[in-house]
Design a protein around this ligand. Structure first.
Ligand code: 7TS
Length: 413
C-alpha cells in the first residue's frame, strides 16, 4: 500500500500487468502520460456493450437503443460530474486533440479577426499549438507564448503585456514533459480581466489531480479517456453553456439536426449539436466505468497522494544518479511526469536499454518540439507513473538506469 491506494489490489484488476514480455521480463509500465492500461472492469464494460446491448444511441425506439442511449447519457453525466460540470455542457469527442480542434473551428474561426491575439505557453503539446497556428493563418490572428523559467514554470511576469489585444488564452493545466502544474485559476482571472476567453488542456491533469471547472474559472476544458484508464477514441470538451449555444457546429450530419429541408437545416442544442454522426457509444460507456473505478480506488485526491510518493522517490533517485531532471523539483508542483536525461546518453538509448529490462518509458520530443527548443535539448527520456505503479517498480526503474550507465560507460557520468 502506498499512500491511500491499495496497489496490489489495484494491480490485480489490470490483466496486462501480469504478462511476460517477449524477452521473458515482467512489465514495468511507466509510459502512462502516453496512455494508461485498462482495468478488467473497463474491458468488460466494453465487451458487455457489444455482447448485450449494442445499438445506435439516440436513434431507435427499440429496447436495445434505449439501453445504449441511457448508458451513453449516464457516462456523459459521470464525465461532467468528474469535472464539476453539467452534462449539457459536456460534449463527447475523440479526445483532447479533437476537443481543441472543435474550439478552433467552431469558436475561433468565427470570432477572431486580423490582429487579435491568441496566447499559448512554451510548454504546450502540439495539439494545443497546431490548431491555433491554423486559426492564425486563416484569420490573421497572432500567436504569443508565455515563456518558461529555468525551473520549468510558466513565467507570468509578462502575462499582462502578452494579454494586450488577446481574445483567447489556451494553456495546459499540467505539462506532459515538465510535469509542471500551472496556476490556471490565476491565468483565467487575468485573461478575463483582459477580455480573453480561456481554454484549458487538461489531458495531463484530469487523470492525476482533482479538476473542477468552476475553481479553474476557465471557459473550455479538454481531456482524453485513454490517459485515465478508459478506452482510446473518446474524450471530452467542456464549454460554458452560453458559448456552446453561440457556436456553430463542428461537423454536420445526422443526429445534430432539428429539421432538414432541401434548402437548409436547423440544429439541436449542445451537446448533441457537436456530436454529428454515430458516436463512440461503447467506448464512452466504458470511459464512464473508468471514472467509477478511479473513484472506487479512492478518488483523485488519493491518486494524487499516491503519485506524489512515487514522484518523490523518482526525483531523489534520479538526482543521486546524476541525471538532469526537467521541471520543478517540488512534487507539490508537478503531476505524474518526470522527464530527464543521463548526461552523454540519448533518450532513445535510455528507453531502449530500459525496454530490455521490461521497463516501458517514452523518449523523444513528446509532441512538444517548441518546448524542447526552449529547454535547449533535442529529446528527453520520460517516466510517468500511475495508480498501479509501486515504489518497488520505481526502485527497479532506477536499478535499470544504473545498467544504462554501465552500458554506455562513463560518457561524462
Ligand atoms: N495535450 C497534452 C498535454 C497531452 O499530453 C496530449 C497527449 C494531448 C494534448 C493530446 O491528447 P490526445 O489524447 O488527443 O492524443 N500526450 C501524449 C504524450 O505525452 N505522449 O503521448 C501522448
Amino acid at each position: 500500500m502506498v499512500g491511500l491506494i491499495d496497489v496490489p489490489r489495484v494491480r490485480a484488476d489490470f490483466p496486462i500487468l501480469s504478462r511476460k514480455l517477449p524477452n521473458g521480463k515482467s512489465l514495468v509500465y511507466l509510459d502512462n502520460a502516453a496512455t494508461t492500461q485498462k482495468p478488467v472492469q473497463v474491458i468488460e464494460a466494453l465487451s458487455d456493450y457489444y455482447r448485450s446491448y449494442n445499438a445506435n444511441a439516440h436513434r431507435g425506439l427499440h429496447a436495445l437503443s434505449a439501453e445504449a442511449t441511457d448508458a451513453y447519457e449516464s457516462a456523459r453525466k459521470k464525465a461532467a460530474a468528474f469535472i464539476g460540470a453539467s452534462a449539457r455542457e459536456t460534449v463527447f469527442t475523440r479526445g483532447t486533440t479533437e476537443s481543441l480542434n472543435l474550439i478552433a473551428y467552431s469558436w475561433a474561426l468565427a470570432n477572431l479577426r486580423k490582429g487579435d491575439v491568441i496566447v499559448l505557453s512554451q510548454m504546450e503539446h502540439h495539439s494545443n499549438i497546431v490548431p491555433w497556428q491554423f486559426v492564425a493563418g486563416q484569420t490573421g490572428a497572432v500567436l504569443r507564448f508565455i515563456p518558461i523559467t529555468p525551473e520549468g514554470r510558466l513565467d507570468l511576469a509578462s502575462l499582462d503585456s502578452l494579454l494586450s489585444c488577446a481574445k483567447l488564452v489556451s494553456v495546459t493545466h499540467a505539462s506532459n514533459v515538465l510535469g509542471t502544474i500551472n496556476d490556471v485559476a490565476a491565468i483565467s482571472r487575468r485573461a478575463h480581466e483582459a477580455g480573453a476567453l480561456v481554454v484549458v488542456d487538461a489531458a495531463q491533469s484530469a487523470p492525476h489531480l482533482p479538476v473542477d471547472v468552476s475553481s479553474l474559472g476557465c471557459d473550455f476544458l479538454a481531456f482524453s479517456s485513454h490517459k485515465m484508464l478508459g478506452p482510446m477514441g473518446v474524450g471530452v470538451l467542456w464549454g460554458k453553456r452560453e458559448l456552446l449555444d453561440s457556436m456553430r457546429p463542428f461537423n454536420y450530419g445526422g443526429e445534430m439536426i432539428r429539421e432538414v429541408s432541401f434548402e437548409s437545416s436547423t440544429f439541436v442544442e449542445p451537446p448533441l449539436k457537436f456530436e454529428a454522426g454515430t458516436g463512440n457509444v461503447g467506448d464512452a460507456i466504458a470511459f464512464g466505468v473508468a471514472l467509477d473505478y478511479l473513484s472506487e480506488i479512492g478518488g483523485l485526491g488519493a491518486v494524487r497522494e499516491h503519485e506524489k510518493q512515487l514522484l518523490a522517490l523518482m526525483l531523489e533517485s534520479l538526482d543521486s544518479l546524476g541525471a538532469v531532471v526537467f521541471g520543478p523539483s517540488d512534487v507539490h508542483e508537478r503531476a505524474g511526469v518526470v522527464s530527464f536525461n543521463l548526461p552523454g546518453v540519448h533518450g532513445h538509448d535510455v528507453a531502449s536499454v530500459l525496454d530490455g529490462e521490461g521497463v516501458a518509458i517514452r523518449s523523444g520530443h513528446h509532441c512538444a518540439m517548441p518546448l524542447m527548443r526552449a529547454l535547449g535539448v533535442a529529446a528527453t527520456a520520460r517516466a510517468s507513473p500511475y495508480v498501479y505503479n509501486s515504489l518497488d517498480e520505481v526502485d527497479y526503474f532506477i536499478a535499470s538506469l544504473k545498467k544504462v550507465k554501465r552500458v554506455f560507460g562513463s560518457g561524462g557520468l
